[in-house]
Design a protein around this ligand. Structure first.
Ligand code: NDP
Length: 448
């Protein structure tokens, strides 16, 4: 795709000048602008109301020092951030990521994407993201607690249950959320709803942990149905072995699919007859072990110190669930050569633009993260509702709501495909559907 519309081009060029080093952010905006150009072409109101200029500028970025005490009694210092990108659709909402690759650019791209993802859920939540370059790997519980307490000591000034409600992301699970929540309460009193993804005994929502992975598979089910197929017997490649990957894998298995691979940042385990998810649970969910320590007597199961995308595995479906930019052009071609017909993003922006081009040229079914991984933020928003109502729904009720909302997102994509003759280009469709809603809200509110 190219950028032909003069208004789109002008805003993008200006953005590249003022954010020259923010490569991930520029990548996300470029993909988005190329997708929505067709809509901009049909109505000058977007330019008249400076919609694009306003959409690419975060409402607020908070950057702060996080000093904390390690187990050797030494002070370490990391950098913390919260990017409050867009509140047109409601209170800021988006995860917190602790990973050494966290930069302002990464968080801006994630918060930008989150704005549109959240709009697709049809729930009243705006877009944000936060985090730190702190690496929790190899740190003791005590060090994690010290870090989280210090992080929240500063962050608490900028968030609130009706203002900005963070949740988890890479490196931030229930343990970290509990520590962050504890410090927020200590500083602000007995609040209930300022973070989501809390353990259920702290009034987190049932089903939040599983939500992103399960939601991804509910979306996949809708896509398979349109193609007159089902998950039964389908071979599924999954990258990652964290929260999103693991629960996606469990749901695939529950619905009759075969998970043929999972990975972490060093290694991949694979077997076209299926891998053992109980072992993944023991290694990666219940402890911080490595895939390379997966034990098996099955000669067909292989473990290699390689990315899953660099290995030839015959499969029907691929679910990238690890991190951004994990699939390049060559790896995308490998997937096509190995028979993959459906690629659904569980992670945020895991496919590079060249990889997406390969998927489109091969005319396979492709779902962008902002549509297919919206299950996590959906249940987070349902956790906000439950906390406000001072009640807790059953797993069953949450799961039913999640399914309905994922179907709703799918239907919005199908409608945009029909309205704009996009074939099965769900990537462009998701951008168009969410953009039109947010742009309309902005126009209604004047210079919000
Ligand atoms: P986790 O921290 O639970 O898991 C991340 C997984 O990805 C780990 O297995 C990790 O391996 C692996 N990984 C990280 N970097 C790489 C890499 N460069 N190559 C291969 N594997 C890698 O994170 P989540 O599962 O929560 O998040 C995964 C993705 O899903 C992210 O893009 C996140 O933004 C997105 N997402 C998450 C949501 C949620 O609810 N949690 C909601 C929506 C999107 P290792 O153990 O070696 O680090």
């Amino acid at each position: 795709m190219t950028m032909d519309n003069a208004y789109v081009k002008r805003v993008y060029n200006k953005l590249t000048e003022s954010n020259a080093h923010e490569t991930e952010f520029l990548q996300a905006v470029k993909e988005f602008f190329e997708a929505i150009e067709i809509v901009i072409d049909e109505d000058d109101n977007y330019e008249k109301h400076a919609i694009l200029e306003r959409l690419v500028e975060p409402e607020r970025i908070i950057s702060f020092q996080v000093p904390w005490l390690n187990d050797q009694g030494k002070i370490e210092v990391n950098r913390g951030y919260r990017v409050q990108f867009n509140s047109v659709n409601g209170p800021y909402k988006g995860g917190i990521r602790f990973h050494p690759t966290v930069t302002q650019s990464v968080l801006k791209f994630l918060a930008f994407e989150q704005t549109f993802k959240n709009s697709l859920t049809n729930l009243p939540i705006g877009g944000a993201k936060g985090g730190s370059d702190f690496d929790p790997k190899g740190r003791s519980d005590n060090e994690i607690m010290n870090f989280c307490y210090s992080f929240m000591t500063e962050l608490n000034k900028y968030i609130g249950s009706d203002y900005d409600v963070p949740s988890g992301d890479i490196g931030v699970g229930k343990r970290e959320i509990s520590f962050l929540y504890a410090m927020y309460k200590k500083l602000n009193g007995p609040h209930l709803g300022v973070l989501t993804g809390k353990p259920t005994d702290l009034f987190g929502s049932y089903g939040r942990t599983e939500a992103t992975g399960y939601g991804l598979i509910y979306f996949l089910n809708e896509m398979l149905a349109v193609a007159d197929q089902s998950l039964e017997g389908k071979k599924v490649i999954i990258s990652g072995s964290g929260n999103v990957a693991y629960y996606a894998a469990r749901k695939v298995q529950e619905l009759g699919g075969i998970v043929v691979s999972m990975s972490d940042s060093n290694s991949t385990v694979y077997n076209t007859n299926g891998i053992d998810l109980d072992q993944i649970e023991i290694l990666k969910i219940n402890s911080a072990n490595r895939i390379k320590n997966y034990h098996t007597s099955d000669k067909e199961t292989k473990i290699e110190e390689k990315s899953v995308w660099d290995i030839d595995i015959q499969a029907d479906i691929a679910l990238p669930c690890a991190t951004q930019n994990e699939i390049n052009e060559e790896q995308a071609k490998r997937l096509m050569n190995n028979g993959v017909k459906f690629v659904l993003e569980g992670a945020n922006m895991p496919s590079k633009p060249e990889a997406i081009k390969v998927f489109k040229e091969a005319d396979i079914y492709f779902a962008p993260g902002k549509a297919s991984n919206a299950g996590g933020v959906t249940v987070s928003a349902l956790e906000m509702s439950q906390n406000s109502m001072r009640l807790q729904w059953t797993t069953d009720k949450v799961d039913k709501e999640l399914k309905i909302i994922m179907q709703g997102i799918f239907e919005q994509c199908v409608k945009a495909c029909e309205d704009y003759n996009l074939g099965k280009d769900f990537a462009v469709a998701a951008d168009i559907a969410s953009f039109k809603k947010i742009a309309h809200q902005m126009i209604e509110m004047g210079m919000y």
